[in-house]
Design a protein around this ligand. Structure first.
Ligand code: FES
Length: 498
């Protein structure tokens, strides 16, 4: 499916705004008019600017405030609509007017924070920002006019004005969304690589000069790219943080040290050397931090992991359950056959699914057996997902970082399978979808075999055999239990569209 007519029209409209360089003159005039008084006022103005950006809260303030006019103006619009349709309660008109007033106050506050953020944009982003401000100012003016008209008893005109303001608000919201989701204004732009997971030497300490930021680079194999880190020697200590500024990606290694903070050369955000937190805006987001230690004249760094990041480190591996740490499991296993390891059981199941794909592909298009084979494939994929999700992934999670992406791949497989099941097995679309499903499955299985299964070896042989037995038991149970088979068949029929 290509771009919709709506997407083409809006893209063309926004493209025109982005190309309107005639907006630059007025834009820079507004910025200068804002900057001069702030420069004269000094640090009090800096404090106000930081508060407007959200520096110190760790989040921009603007998106929080825009919810006030969005909610209240929508409430007023809904109440007006109900009243126009003859559905009204006592106090409806007063509530609508109050909502308009609260929304307008919120819009003024949102405009102040938006203006503070906007002044640090450039080029096409600045131009779209101006259009966004203009449209939202029109929405505010219409709502203020509506309040005045309602006050004069001209309810009909007042409702029309606020309805027009509500429509403007949507256009403004669209432009704001474009700035955030397409142009990445206000989102964290730092490199948040997980590397290096364990201490790694990066530079002889003798090469670091006091207060002179120095860039080093490490390789992130997962992202297939180098990651910049800036080192700063300050008052006898060495600090390290991400070299790409979280505000708009400026090069912090080309910045300077001021009052214990590393300042970005692009828009002047300062990051505390100790914590990486912004102490002056416009940035609101902390820099990635690295632990530093000195060994044999070398600076060694390790990524300071952030909450929620499931990272496998050498320290974590030392605590992971493995047969190097004897436990009750071994005693309980005595007398049972060792069986196959979990990765062997799963590899065999991968092979079975691969063969099923080949069989369906080689079955003539009009052979009714194709549908039966597809159902068998759907059933095996479902079973495979179930046993991995319930047994293998929870077990391997402490020693492999691949589990979250494997979950996402399962979702891809089930989405593709659902599409394929709905198609006529004799149609060319079916062949195309089956090929896509085959590629997705093969990618998933091969990734597991190359990476996750290797990492699973860290659990130790005893544990892998124990998991292998559990997997085989669950595979058997999934295939033989009548209730499970009935439930799976019903699900497949539903996906086929009955
Ligand atoms: S890029 Fe804007 S302050 Fe660094």
């Amino acid at each position: 499916m290509g771009r919709s007519r709506f997407a083409r029209a809006t893209d063309a409209g926004i493209g025109r705004i982005e190309a309107a360089s005639s907006l630059d003159g007025p834009g820079y005039a507004v910025e200068t008019a804002m900057a001069r008084p702030a420069q004269i006022a000094g640090s009090p103005a800096e404090g106000v600017a930081n508060a407007l950006h959200g520096t110190g809260y760790g989040h921009p303030v603007h998106p929080m405030l825009v919810t006030i006019p969005l909610g209240t103006w929508t409430l007023a619009f809904a109440l007006d609509l109900l009243a126009t349709l003859g559905i009204r309660r006592r106090g409806t008109e007063r509530t609508a007017e109050l909502a308009l007033k609260v929304g307008s106050a919120g819009a003024v506050a949102a405009a102040a924070t938006g203006l503070a953020d906007w002044q640090h944009t450039n080029g096409r982003d600045r131009r779209v920002g101006m259009a966004h401000a203009l449209v939202n100012s029109t929405a505010l003016a219409l709502n203020l006019a509506s309040i005045a008209l309602r006050g004069q008893g001209r309810l009909r005109e007042g409702r029309l004005a606020s309805a027009a303001g509500w429509a403007c608000m949507f256009v403004g919201g669209y432009l704001g969304g474009h700035m955030v989701y397409r142009r990445r204004i206000g989102v964290d732009q730092a490199d948040r690589s997980l590397e290096p997971r364990d201490f790694r030497p990066v530079l002889p300490v003798a090469e670091l000069e006091e207060n002179r930021p120095r860039r080093v680079e490490i390789w992130d194999e997962d992202q297939r790219q180098g990651v910049g880190i800036v080192l700063v020697r300050h008052k006898g200590r060495v600090h390290a943080m991400g070299a790409r500024c979280s505000h708009r990606g400026g090069p912090l290694d080309q910045g300077w040290v001021l009052n214990g903070a590393l300042v970005c050369p692009w828009h002047g955000s300062g990051y505390d050397l100790e914590t990486g937190w912004p102490v002056s805006g416009p940035s609101t987001c902390p820099q990635p931090r690295y632990e530093v230690r000195l060994r044999a004249g070398m600076v060694e760094i390790r990524r300071e992991q952030e909450p929620g990041e499931d990272v496998v480190t050498a320290a974590g591996l030392a605590q992971a359950p493995s047969d190097s740490q004897p436990d009750a499991r071994r005693d309980g296993r005595r007398g049972t056959s060792p069986g196959r390891k979990a990765d062997e059981v799963l590899f065999e199941h991968h092979q079975l699914i691969r063969r099923l794909f080949e069989t369906i592909r080689d079955t003539p298009a009009h052979d009714p057996q194709r549908r039966d084979l597809l159902r068998v494939l759907a059933s095996e994929l479902e079973i495979h997902e179930h046993v991995e999700d319930h047994i293998f992934y929870p077990a391997v999670h402490p020693v492999s970082e691949d589990v979250p992406i494997a979950h996402s791949e399962h979702r891809q497989l089930s989405d593709l399978l659902a599409m394929t099941l709905k198609l006529n097995t004799a149609s060319p679309e079916f062949d195309e979808h089956l090929r896509a499903l085959h590629v997705a499955m093969d990618h998933h299985a091969t990734s597991e075999e190359r990476s996750m299964f290797q990492e699973a070896q860290r659990l130790g042989e005893d544990r892998l055999r124990e998991l292998g037995r559990a997997l085989e038991a669950m595979l058997e149970e999934q295939r033989t239990s009548r209730a499970r088979r009935t439930f799976r068949d019903l699900k497949i029929r539903l996906l086929e569209g009955l």
